[in-house]
Design a protein around this ligand. Structure first.
Ligand SMILES: Nc1ncnc2c1ncn2[C@@H]1O[C@H](COP(=O)(O)OP(=O)(O)OP(=O)(O)O)[C@@H](O)[C@H]1O
Ligand SMILES: [Mg+2]
Length: 419
């Protein structure tokens, strides 16, 4: 659980509703999302008793009283405490109908405030997707600001990747790929289906929450922004995000594009593959960033399997590992326009999840003895091998077609990989 690892000094707002983003948002007037966005920018207050947006059929955007949430969380008691982030503390609770919820309480002395609260409420009230966490409602009584989400029983992806307790089972390869694929679909919804597009801006493993089937949902929309529309390529904004996940082009220029999220996705994919943290000073100053570490490890290692998380105990196929790394490296390229768009990432992740690691198949392959070729059993094996080869060729073709364009772009930018 990260404790506000964001670029606090760079980006947290001290004054409200006075920056480029406000101007940008005010210009948009047609879509529901953009009209709500300008409302956020011009009126940073929430009524405590009525929903701020017209609820859609599914939207349960409900207001809670402080008393209701205190009761639900056992008075915000220690036994209900789930974790803490930049916004404040998070508690497990139960509302009416025994519905489990997670209640996030704004830390009144912290660096986040009304603005993040409003953006979170409005974005999540309007965006609906199986890979985005659901907001049940909020409480804005006096100074108190609380958000009420669906409870995600397995916590965050970060909790399952780093600093595991001895009784915690590490995630297996297939689950890791499934999580990355689901998270990519959540991003795809934001980038391609929302209108105007939404840039998440804080994509990281602690913001990917897991339900009881390890299905991922993106959470924490407090930093999200509406993306550029028309012929604009980017929006200009203060630099905010989390060290290690933030795209270098955005960090250096403040120009935010959907490709900034793609970079962060690449970092999370590297975290899933390697089990390494996005930033870790114990890897030495040069390699403290995962992207740098992974690239140098990839160049130097004799066996590509060395790059994978040791907790996977080699339980993955080498070719899938290669492909997953390829996707990650494409996403973290220094030049933002060389990074793939989210629909290509989804396509690639679908490919990876549709080729799950099968330990039994793999054991059988290893048990094959090439000297058995003359025997009837051996002939069968050769036939199988031919079939396998055919399948492999077909797969390689499909993979190659999908990624040829990306690879060309990658080659055209030999220096295109970050840091
Ligand atoms: N809906 C939820 N269901 C279950 N647990 C949650 C939920 N939301 C948050 N948590 C838990 O609370 C922790 C803190 O979450 P929070 O989003 O406040 O901080 P963070 O993501 O670690 O840091 P940051 O503020 O930088 O985003 C999470 O790591 C997770 O374990
Ligand atoms: Mg979070």
């Amino acid at each position: 659980m990260g404790h506000c690892s964001c670029f606090g000094l760079w980006g947290w707002r001290e004054t409200k509703a006075k920056n480029h983003d406000d101007k940008y948002a005010k210009k948009k007037s047609k879509s529901q999302l953009s009209s709500v966005c300008s409302k956020v920018n011009s009126e940073p207050t929430l009524p405590s008793s009525a929903p701020i947006v017209e609820p859609n059929a599914e939207n349960e955007g409900k207001t809670f009283t402080y008393r209701e949430l205190a009761t639900a969380t056992n008075n915000f008691g220690a036994e209900s405490f789930l974790g803490q982030g930049g916004f404040g503390r998070v508690f497990k609770g139960q509302i009416k109908n025994s519905q489990d919820v997670a209640v996030k309480q704004l830390d009144l002395t912290g660096l986040q405030g009304d603005r993040e609260f409003l953006v979170e409420v409005l974005m999540l009230s309007l965006l609906r997707h199986p890979n985005l966490v659901k907001l049940f409602g909020y409480c804005a009584e006096g100074e108190q600001r609380l958000l009420v989400y669906e409870y995600m029983p397995l916590g965050s992806l970060e909790d399952h990747l780093h600093d595991l307790t001895p009784d915690q089972e590490p995630l297996d390869w297939n689950t890791r790929m499934m999580i990355a694929a689901g998270a990519a679909k959540g991003l795809e919804h934001l980038h391609n289906e929302a209108n105007p597009p939404v840039i998440f801006r804080d994509f990281k493993s602690s913001n990917i929450l897991l339900d009881d089937g390890f299905r991922p949902k993106l959470s924490d929309f407090g930093l999200a922004k509406f993306g550029p529309t028309g012929d604009k390529s980017h929006i200009s904004t203060r630099i905010m995000g989390t060290r290690g996940y933030c795209a270098p082009d955005y960090a250096n220029t403040g120009k935010l594009t959907v490709k900034s999220d793609i970079f962060s996705f690449g970092v999370v994919l590297l975290e899933l593959i390697t089990g390494q943290k996005a930033v870790d000073s114990s890897r030495g100053h040069e390699n403290q960033y995962l992207v740098t570490w992974a690239i140098s490890k990839y160049k130097d290692c004799k066996n590509i399997k060395e790059i994978a998380d040791p907790l996977l105990r080699g339980q993955f196929s080498e070719s899938t590992l290669k492909k997953a790394l390829e996707v990650a490296f494409l996403c973290v390229q220094r030049k933002s326009n060389c990074r793939p768009c989210i629909s290509d990432v989804v396509l690639a992740m679908n490919y990876l999840t549709s080729h799950p690691y099968n330990p039994i198949e793999s054991t059988n392959l290893m048990a094959k003895d090439p000297q058995m070729g003359d025997s009837p059993t051996g002939t069968k094996r050769i036939l199988h091998k031919d079939l396998d080869r055919e399948r492999a060729v077909a797969e390689a073709k499909m993979w190659g077609e999908t990624w040829r364009e990306r690879k060309q772009m990658q080659q055209c930018s030999a220096d295109g990989v970050n840091r």
